[in-house]
Design a protein around this ligand. Structure first.
Ligand code: CA
Length: 325
């Protein structure tokens, strides 16, 4: 009888564990290496991408800004001085607003810059304390084509199939400067075999007018992610569903308030979006950006169990991949 009870307890405990796992496995969760393994190496450098690749995320992210000669460079901002030594290399090339623009430099000139860990320009110190030392200057900028060669080469040599998650940055700014960034990026993606939803690519943009144009006027057949900066109404979600496949919100915006037990009450975006066949892949999960009473695992519980995201962008892909395993 005693043994029978023990077995019963063991089975019940296993059942609970299995049940909990099932919550996580219900949908395939996507891990996007945000600017590469940017928690460990300067963002958007080839070493940061190679390291991220080895962590087995589903996608590597590329932020794209055009050079003066129309080459998509992998860099987060339209400016250079937060992550390079441009002020020392080309002190006279700033505009009247005091800033150095990627689009004012040719690809060859951009190759002369050293890339370092992101700095906060006001305080002139590392944006994220405890990451790779800022004073190291062994990194370089690279183009979209160079990064695609790296990823496709690794896909061949490792036998894995890691996808790409390119972001078209500030298309309106590019147009004002006389360049159509979407047209140039789509052509390169097509050259590298990223054409339909079968190909391992999700294209993202904050500019809704541009993303809609990419689908409806340019006839792009890739997976499209509409990045958003605000909470969405039901009708806005419906509208996005007419041209996109996923929404990319800032997760902190979905945290409305805490209930009496200290649990977050969250915006129902995921349920609403999923009902319209839109995935929700939220940004950005950082193991070094936590509140005092929170662990990274708590934050990922919040992401996958409470908010139920289909995927996350993270500076620490190794930690999220391990959590999901
Ligand atoms: Ca991005």
């Amino acid at each position: 009888m005693k043994n029978y009870l023990l077995v019963l307890i063991a089975v019940l405990m296993l059942g609970c564990q299995y049940g909990e796992k099932e919550i996580i496995l219900e949908k395939k969760r996507i891990v996007v290496a945000h600017r590469g393994a940017s928690g460990y190496l300067p963002e958007h450098t080839i070493p940061a991408k190679a390291m991220a690749y080895a962590m087995k995320p589903d996608f590597l992210e590329q932020d794209l800004v055009l050079s003066k000669d129309g080459i998509p460079m992998v860099i987060h901002d339209i400016y250079l001085e937060d992550v390079t030594d441009v002020t020392e290399m080309f002190p006279r090339r700033k505009r009247a607003d005091g800033r150095y623009y990627v689009i004012d430099f040719t690809y060859t000139e951009l190759q002369l810059l050293s890339v370092h860990e992101r700095v906060n320009l006001q305080q002139k110190e590392a944006a994220f304390k405890g990451r790779f030392p800022v004073n190291s200057a062994i990194f370089r900028l690279h183009s979209l084509e160079e990064e695609l060669q790296l990823i496709q080469g690794l896909n061949i040599s490792t036998g894995q199939d890691v996808g790409i998650y390119p972001e078209i940055k500030n298309p309106a700014f590019h147009l004002k400067e006389g360049q159509d960034i979407s047209e140039i990026v789509l052509e390169i993606l097509s050259d590298f075999g990223y054409v339909t939803k079968e190909d391992n690519c999700m294209l993202q943009c904050f500019d809704a007018i541009e993303l809609k144009k990419i689908r409806q006027e340019m006839g792009c057949q890739l997976h499209l992610t509409q990045l958003v900066e605000e909470l969405l109404s039901e009708s806005q979600i419906k509208e996005i569903a007419t041209y996109a496949d996923a929404i990319g919100p800032w997760y902190k915006q979905l945290l409305l308030e805490k209930d009496a037990h200290g649990n977050w009450i969250v915006d129902p975006l995921v349920e609403r979006a999923n009902a319209h066949n839109l995935q929700v892949i939220a940004y950005t999960f950082r193991a070094d950006d936590l509140t005092a009473d929170e662990s990274f695992e708590d934050l990922l519980d919040l992401a996958f169990k409470t908010l139920d995201f289909d995927g996350v962008f993270t500076d620490f892909p190794d930690k999220v991949v391990k959590y999901l395993e």
